[in-house]
Design a protein around this ligand. Structure first.
Ligand SMILES: [Zn+2]
Length: 452
């Protein structure tokens, strides 16, 4: 049998690109990018197919570095409205404790569809609820990600410090530490791919200082090191958390992180807001990644992440939509705009450009996830990209097309490719009946709300 020839596709001459070096487009061979085409030039050898991108802006696929897919079931949840993090969580924990297998399956599809349609090719999720009957929540998520063709970094979240032991979550939402560690090991062995181009990776993610024990933080770090997987958690999100850490551990959050063996470049943190200057330097020196979640931070009135200071100190900075109960959407390109607006308040207009925030959502998020095979458009990198049209009302009269995406508030990609496969075409997710899915999500959200 002759070797099958890998299909060569030229995405020809986009209306705009993030870098001028491929103004003439890119050639995809199989699952990777094989050639960058300068303005006005053609590919060096014949291609099988040409996609004329004259009406499209080409971006590297956006990478969402922090989310909780299941929270799409509790968007704008009445009992949680207008609250800050701790009271917001206390309103929602008892609801989330009633999640079923079908709820995880459907909410995962909803979140992934929303991410795909907003230009996101790689998504990380932080699932930390495993009530009885839902022990295989991550397995359910893995199956849905594979079905929709999204590249995922699914974290095995955990909560082990319940109210009875001084933690924030109710006792019925926490698990025994041996159960958590055994399941973490099972998931790594079953799903984690360490090679270049991996479609699924596993990371370990004890939920936060106020919901897991010191022993579980340390044991998770040991297990992650043993298997070469990354570590993720929420840190320095609110003043309440800092106070909790000082009372419970006698330490500020970063000191606690160091004590449990997490101050290294295998770790990325969600939020990272309340750091002092010395802590920023220490995080940067150790290469700890920070996923900035601007919408969530504004909605819960948590504060502003010191992004540029962290970057200058050496920390990779990425972006995440965070869970859809504190955003309450999962739209990645809109999160890019939120990052620009919020960070301009801190650092001024000239330092926070549209290119800067797009860089966080692509290369920066990839670095948080420990990858350099995605997040940029270059030969040999994965063929993960998004194409946006600029013909909606909101773009009418726009000048710079790349800036228009961010400043006019693009909200939907027209086309998306992951690992050389089209996953969104003409604004639709391949192989998904969105209407039917949304109807089922509405029913399940109502069922969940009725449990409390
Ligand atoms: Zn979160």
């Amino acid at each position: 049998m002759p070797m099958q020839h890998a299909r060569r596709l030229w995405i020809k001459a986009p209306a705009a690109t993030l870098e001028p070096s491929y103004a003439g487009g890119i050639v995809i061979t199989g699952s990777t990018i094989s050639e960058l085409i300068p303005a006005g030039a053609s590919p060096s050898s014949p291609v099988d197919e040409v996609f004329d991108a004259a009406e499209h802006v080409l971006l590297p696929g956006l990478i969402n570095a922090h989310h909780h897919f299941y929270q799409t079931l509790t968007r704008a949840f009445p009992a949680a409205l207008n609250k800050e993090l701790f009271p917001w969580l206390k309103s929602l924990y008892p609801v989330w404790a009633e999640l079923s297998q079908e709820m995880v399956e459907v909410s995962t599809q909803i979140a992934l569809a929303e991410l795909l349609l907003s230009g996101c090719t790689t998504a990380s999720d932080h699932h930390y609820l495993f009530p009885r009957g839902l022990e295989e929540a991550i397995d359910i998520q893995m199956a849905q990600a594979e079905r929709l063709g999204v590249r995922v970094h699914l974290t095995r979240g955990s909560m082990s410090l319940g109210e009875d032991d001084g933690g924030l979550p109710p006792q019925k939402t926490v698990q025994e530490e041996e159960v958590i560690l055994a399941d973490s090991e099972r998931l790594i062995k079953r799903y984690h791919q360490s090679d270049d181009g991996a479609m699924r990776r596993v990371a370990l993610a004890p939920c936060s200082p106020f919901s897991v024990s010191e022993a579980l933080m340390k044991a998770s770090a040991g297990l992650a090191e043993q298997y070469g997987v990354r570590l993720h958690t929420h840190l320095a999100e609110t003043h309440d958390e800092t106070e909790f850490c000082q009372q419970m551990f006698g330490l500020r959050p970063v000191d606690y992180l160091e004590k449990v063996g997490w101050l290294n470049n295998k770790v990325w943190l969600a939020h990272g807001i309340h750091f002092n200057d010395e802590e920023i330097q220490r995080l940067g020196r150790n290469g700890v990644g920070i996923c900035h979640c601007p919408s969530s931070n504004m909605l819960l009135a948590s504060g502003q992440c010191p992004t540029l200071d962290l970057e200058a100190a050496g920390s990779p900075v990425g972006l995440g939509v965070d869970g859809s109960a504190s955003n309450d959407c999962s739209n990645m390109i809109q999160e890019v705009r939120q990052a620009l607006l919020l960070q301009r308040l801190r650092y001024g207009a000239s330092k926070i450009t549209h290119q800067k925030v797009l860089d966080w959502a692509t290369r920066g998020s990839a670095a948080c996830l420990g990858r350099d095979d995605i997040g940029t458009i270059a030969p040999g990198k994965q063929a993960d990209f998004a194409l946006f049209r600029l013909d909606a009302l909101r773009f009418a009269g726009a000048g710079d097309p790349l800036a228009a995406l961010v400043l006019c508030g693009a909200d939907q990609a027209d086309r998306m490719m992951v690992a050389g496969e089209w996953r969104v075409k003409d604004g639709e997710v391949a192989g998904l009946d969105l209407k039917r899915l949304m109807a089922r999500q509405r029913e399940l959200a109502a069922q969940l709300a009725a449990t409390v």
